[in-house]
Design a protein around this ligand. Structure first.
Ligand SMILES: Cc1cc2nc3c(=O)[nH]c(=O)nc-3n(C[C@H](O)[C@H](O)[C@H](O)COP(=O)(O)O)c2cc1C
Length: 193
């Protein structure tokens, strides 16, 4: 068990580094939600990872399909893969949506103007369009909004907390893969790769 505990600590360190380090492959992950009976996956930027209890955080447009899907079913999966280190980390999660509350406000206050404009689009994400439209106010395509105007985006901004129930780690080796899971009570179990 000591071996997998050590591997897990390394993965946790990598996830923490990935929050600020865009070169770390764990900086983005694939989030899968349930759309009726159909799985939907998309790329997401990791904004925060905490260890006790295991949680992942990211930002999204409240009007987006992923948020609708998470409101319908809180169950989702976050999948990370580091190609160079040949490690996959799969997290089974339950989502909590922070919209127009103290936490979303705190995160919004620390969100750069450049990122804020992404929440100022007139169309809900995924709406069908008659022609190309980047869904950012035209005047901000090449510049960032003033802070005062950027506040218009706040109503569309959500910060999403994923409470991790179980983490499945797979480390690929030419002489035998290592796979194990860790649950939210810190129980470690080897799994057949
Ligand atoms: C590199 C990359 C990072 C992305 N990060 C986010 C993100 O942090 N939050 C988000 O809502 N969408 C993000 N997206 C866009 C989503 O992948 C997706 O295309 C969009 O949000 C619509 O998804 P939905 O219709 O399932 O809600 C990112 C896309 C790419 C390519």
């Amino acid at each position: 068990m000591n071996k997998i505990k050590k591997i897990f600590q390394e993965e946790v360190a990598c996830l923490i580094d990935a929050v600020k380090n865009g070169n770390n492959p764990y900086h983005t992950f694939s989030l899968s939600t349930i759309n009726n009976d159909y799985p939907e996956s998309r790329t997401i930027v990791l904004r925060k990872f905490i260890l006790e209890p295991f949680k992942i955080f990211f930002n999204a447009d409240y009007r987006s399909q992923k948020v609708t899907q998470l409101r319908d079913s809180h169950n989702c999966t976050a999948l990370f893969y580091d190609k160079d280190r040949r490690v996959q980390v799969r997290c089974k999660c339950i989502a909590k949506i922070h919209h127009n509350n103290a936490l979303s406000k705190k995160v919004w206050d620390n969100t750069a103007l450049q990122s804020r404009k992404c929440y100022m689009g007139e169309f809900p994400p995924s709406q069908e369009l008659q022609s190309w439209n980047p869904n950012i106010p035209k005047e901000y395509l090449k510049t960032d909004p003033e802070k005062k105007d950027s506040e218009k985006g706040y109503i569309n901004f959500t910060h999403i907390e994923l409470e991790i129930m179980e983490i499945d780690v797979l480390q690929l080796h030419h002489d035998g893969h290592i796979r194990f899971k860790v649950d939210n009570s810190n129980k470690y179990s080897y799994l057949a790769p």
